[in-house]
Ligand binder design. Structure first.
Ligand SMILES: [Zn+2]
Length: 406
């Protein structure tokens, strides 16, 4: 099918939902999204909720393994990294080829409805794998590992990387203020002095952000990525999320790698809601969370044709089971089994087995698997991957983010 239509109840953007939308998909993009039936014959009707695909704003794909390693709270990221790299779990992970770690990370994200993930790693490490993973990683970015003097030597230097980001109109991504030592606490001021704090800056963590740091972030138009589970695990603390939101800063949600952070983005959203309720005694609204995994990251990472359902945008779509409340509520509370369909660049890549005919119609090779007790179809060879991992480590390795029967 060169041209097909997905029809059902949909969240077009965080301000607009509709009970019946026809989304025409052609050449990987949304050619039409509206309430009138366009008369095209290949229509897939769904009783789920259609949404723009989810964006995971922070991950390290090569580090997608399990369980978590660490014995915090730490003062900054370095002693955690040392604990990680000297751990038996890390040794176990080292038995697996990088290609398979990337595939595992791709499937972990895909199964949770993530159509785009920000992989924080130097380009030369990751580039060989972006064409083989079943979800999309953001390819255009510049980066630093962090702002401290003990950073990993990623990129060409903070000033240079920020300059490149401006010239290419791509995000400059860095860990920042992740800990409590004097240098880490001063990270934001250091970044400003280097001339690298601006609308292109995507700031990961920000645990130590002060109110004046946040005022400067707002003034400069930078974005912040909140990785709450990872922060609580490593530092027993996280950024002042309420203050960030109250100041109107563009905030996104990331899982970080599952060796420190959330199992997947669905889990992370629930963790964040629970944390917020416990910390502030009030609810973080479904709508706020929804924006943090769709429109906000599209803005932060300068993905101008993503993050909402509108004509011209990439056809990155998910369908989730209708929970009966608001449409956003169905997305932010979805479990793995509730992800009914994932479409990336207009092609089906994962979904309930009832959508197998769509895969056939689009000439997508798929495998039948049972995920979280539900019969699904998925692009590529997920079972083969899991078997290769078992062979590499010498036993049947279970991942809670991948409850696949095989
Ligand atoms: Zn990270």
């Amino acid at each position: 099918m060169k041209k097909w239509v997905l029809s059902g109840a949909a969240i077009l953007n965080s301000d607009k939902t509709s009970e019946r939308v026809y989304i025409t998909i052609e050449n990987g993009r949304i050619a039409y999204a509206g309430e009138k039936d366009t008369g095209i014959k290949d229509v897939i009707y769904t009783d789920g909720i259609i949404s723009s695909g989810l964006i995971n704003s922070h991950d390290h794909l090569i580090g997608n393994y399990w369980p978590k390693v660490g014995n915090g709270p730490y003062e900054n990221w370095l002693p955690w990294d040392n604990d990680l790299k000297s751990s038996p779990v890390y040794q176990e992970r080292q038995q697996i080829e990088n290609r398979d770690l990337y595939l595992l990370a791709g499937y972990r994200n895909l199964l949770s409805g993530v159509t785009t993930v920000s992989d924080h790693i130097p380009h030369f490490v990751a580039e060989p794998f972006y064409d083989i993973i079943p979800t999309k990683a953001i390819r255009n970015y510049t980066l630093a590992h962090s702002i401290s003097s003990f950073y990993l030597a990623w990129g060409d230097g903070i000033k240079e990387e920020y300059q490149k980001a401006l010239e290419q109109d791509v995000p400059f991504i860095t860990h920042i203020s992740e800990g409590f030592d004097d240098e880490t606490v001063a990270n934001l001021v250091t970044l400003e002095k280097l001339g690298a704090l601006g609308a292109h800056s995507v700031l990961i963590h920000g645990i130590a952000f002060s109110e004046s740091d946040m005022d400067l972030i707002k003034k400069r138009g930078a974005s912040v990525v909140w990785c709450c589970d990872s922060n609580i695990f490593m530092f027993n603390d996280t950024t002042n999320i309420k203050m960030l939101l109250d100041k109107g800063i563009n905030v996104c949600i990331g899982t970080d790698s599952p060796m420190s952070g959330g199992l997947n983005l669905l889990y992370e959203m629930k963790f964040d809601m629970k944390y917020y309720r416990k910390k502030y005694g009030e609810e973080l609204s479904d709508d706020t969370i929804y924006r943090m995994v769709t429109e906000n990251p599209a803005k932060a990472f300068r993905l101008y044709d993503n993050g909402s359902i509108k004509e011209g945008n990439l056809a990155d779509l998910i369908v989730v089971r209708d929970r009966g409340g608001s449409y956003q509520n169905s997305v932010v509370n979805a479990e793995l089994k509730d992800i009914m369909l994932v479409v990336i660049n207009g092609m089906p890549v994962y979904g309930n087995s009832e959508y197998a005919s769509l895969f056939k119609g689009c000439n997508v090779n798929y495998q039948e698997v049972v995920v979280d007790g539900v019969e699904k179809v998925v692009i590529g060879d997920l079972v083969g991957l899991l078997k290769r991992i078992n062979r590499a480590v010498g036993f049947k390795k279970e991942f809670p983010f991948m409850p696949v029967e095989y």
